[in-house]
Design a protein. Sequence first.
Length: 135
Amino acid sequence: MALTRIKPNVNCELFHQRYSELSDEVRAKNKREDRLLDIRLKYYEREKNTRLNILRKEQYQLERTRSLLTEQCHKIQQDKQKQFISSYFNGKTNLEQTPIVRLSTPEFFNTDWETTTTDNNSIKHTNVIRPHSAG
């Protein structure tokens, strides 16, 4: 058997040539699109990073402002507390210095509720409280 060589089909060669041309065009187009996508991706990444940096700066400023405000509020609360405590102690010492009610001693009174001694001018009768042992 003799091998006979099949003649290449002209249509087949044109098809392969056209296919390779189209595939080259498609590859070139895909490369251009890939480059454009890479450029867009880099642009979006750069834009994202700049926005993140802006947000980080704003967050830092807000945290700093918040810490300053909390320090000032804490200081104001401490000052108010100190003023309240000092005024409380001042008022308490004033109350202790001026007696509201004076107690009388039992020797001024007998069991019949009649005074046995003369009235002392330093004792006010309106504020006198008799002790339980007086009768």
